[in-house]
Design a protein around this ligand. Sequence first.
Ligand code: ADP
Length: 405
Amino acid sequence: MTPLVTVIALLLVAGLAVGAMTLLESRRRVRRGARMRAVLAGAPSEVEVDPDSPEGLLAGALAAHSTELTAVESAMALQEDRLRMVMEHLGAGLVELDAKGQIEWMDSSAAQMLGLPLAAVGRPLGELVPELRDRQGEGVSSELVLEGPPFRILEVRLVPRGAGKAVVLRDVTELRRLERVRRDFVANVSHELRTPISVIRANAETLTDGALQDPVAGPRFLGGIERHAERLSVLVADLLDLSRIEAGRVELELVSVPVEEALARGAESVHPRAGERGVQVAWDVPAGLAVRADVMALDQVLVNLLDNAVKYATVEGGVRASARSVGTRVRIEVQDDGPGVASHQRARLFERFYRVDDGRSRQLGGTGLGLAIVKNLVGAMGGTVGLDPAVPHGAIFWVELPEVG
Ligand code: ADP
């Protein structure tokens, strides 16, 4: 072999070796690339990866991060869920606005409070709820009254947020209603107390100024004091009863109470007043009918209803009480043939101090609390109360309580 041929042969062998090595290297790179892609795609198990190789180490680190990420994600989901629950149960809602006042995001409570569909996202809040258009004063809360329906009072607080703002809403409708009820109650009680107190004072002054010696005027003024003191004590007793029932401080012992016996006791209690007015009280109850109730509470309910009926019944018609089984309940009715109650007034009749005719009620010795006490006691015994008109005139007050079979 000539030296030239040897050189060429050697060159050829070297070339082939280099080519083979390049091919092997490029295949290795392709496989490594595939492994790396698999690792980065989060599927290292789809390819065989040596745990000590760079890809293997990377895969280990990524797996650890991914576990951490999953833990962070579930912690965040939990926090979000808790926040949502807090917002919902506080009656709170959140609307996020961009710099132009357009809704970027809102939660379902906020959407519900404002009466907006969730699809309102992207639209200007001021256009959708004009009452909110000119709200200023970030960080200060103000109230927004939405006439509805449903009628709502919302507390609105604007909070700066990036270029836009967040609107934090809280539904205070029920809170404001309760505050009004409390204010009205205090005003009503003061009003009720004022008349007897001023009559007692005026009569006492007149007596002190000499009327005591007057054989005619003296007893008259003393009688006035007695009547109004009696009125005060009835009023205070009713108020105490009502507050004890409402505060749940009346312990009820629910037992089987025969309805006929309860109505007989009630009729007996109103007998003196019925006698004064010449009104008959009759009752008709199937034998053996019994309700699950507290004996004293049921007695008080029936006395209040019978007493009212006696006040309003006519001598000719009188008062009729009856009871019958209605499904799993017993319906007790107390009916009179008096003036009855106009339909628009029936819904409010069981409210404290609500009276159809103030003057007549006071004149008849009423406190305006009797029906509120009835409603509370019956509710505490798991029953319901109501009022239907009687034909041709008069009222049918009814109570439904669970039947004891
Ligand atoms: P009061 O002490 O004034 O009777 P209640 O709460 O018992 O208070 O009753 C509230 C009001 O309901 C009464 O003032 C009266 O206007 C009306 N009312 C109650 N019972 C009757 C009835 N049987 N017929 C007509 N009106 C009634």
